[in-house]
Design a protein around this ligand. Structure first.
Ligand SMILES: CC(C)(COP(=O)(O)OP(=O)(O)OC[C@H]1O[C@@H](n2cnc3c(N)ncnc32)[C@H](O)[C@@H]1OP(=O)(O)O)[C@@H](O)C(=O)NCCC(=O)NCCS
Length: 146
C-alpha cells in the first residue's frame, strides 16, 4: 500500500540512494548529490513511500518560470501502477511559477518516453552522444501554462 506523494526528508535518503542505484546503475547520482537536493533553494524533492520503503521519487528545480526535471524513478517491482504518473503530477503542481517544464531523456528509454508523452511532453531538441555510452539525449518540453 503506497502513501501519498510527500516532500522528501533526510530519513528518505537511504531509500532514495538505493532506488537511484537500482534505476540508474550505469551512472547514478552519489549520496552527496542526492543529499544536496534536500536543501536546494527552488528544489522540489518528492517521494512515495510504501511499507517503509521508497517506492518512487522525483527531483526538480523550479527556476524563475521554468521547471527542470532531473530525476524520476520508480521501484522496478512497482512499475506500471501509476506511481510515475503520481510523482510527475505532484512535481508539476508544485512548480507554481513555471510556464514550461524541461527534461532530458535517453533516446532508448521507452518507458520514460512513454510516460512523458502521456504527459504531453514533446521533443524539441537532441543532444547527440550525451550519455557516457554514446546514447543521444532527447530534450523534451511541456507548456504548463499558456
Ligand atoms: C519511467 C518510469 C519512471 C515510469 O514509472 P511507472 O510508475 O512505471 O509509470 P506509470 O505506471 O505511472 O505509467 C504512466 C504511463 O507512462 C507510460 N509508460 C510507463 N511505462 C511504460 C513502458 N514501459 N512502455 C511504454 N509506456 C510506458 C504509459 O503511458 C503509462 O500509462 P499506462 O500504464 O496507463 O499505459 C519507470 O519506468 C522508471 O523508474 N524507469 C527507470 C528510471 C528512469 O528511466 N527514469 C526516467 C529518467 S528521464
Amino acid at each position: 500500500m503506497t502513501e501519498p506523494c510527500q516532500e522528501a526528508t533526510a530519513a528518505d535518503l537511504d531509500g532514495v540512494v538505493a532506488l537511484e542505484n537500482t534505476c540508474f546503475a550505469e551512472d547514478p547520482w552519489t549520496r552527496n548529490m542526492l543529499q544536496d537536493e534536500l536543501s536546494r533553494p527552488g528544489g522540489i524533492f518528492l517521494v512515495i513511500r510504501a511499507a517503509g520503503r521508497t517506492a518512487a521519487f522525483a527531483i526538480g528545480w523550479a527556476v524563475l518560470d521554468e521547471l527542470h526535471i532531473l530525476q524520476v524513478a520508480v521501484d522496478p517491482a512497482a512499475r506500471r501502477l501509476g506511481l510515475g504518473r503520481q510523482v510527475l503530477t505532484a512535481l508539476e503542481a508544485r512548480a507554481i511559477s513555471a510556464d514550461n517544464s524541461w527534461l532530458e531523456v535517453r533516446r532508448d528509454n521507452e518507458a520514460a518516453i512513454g510516460l512523458y508523452e502521456a504527459f504531453d511532453y514533446r521533443a524539441v531538441g537532441c543532444r547527440p552522444k550525451y550519455y557516457t555510452d554514446g546514447c543521444d539525449a532527447l530534450l523534451l518540453r511541456k507548456r504548463l501554462r499558456a
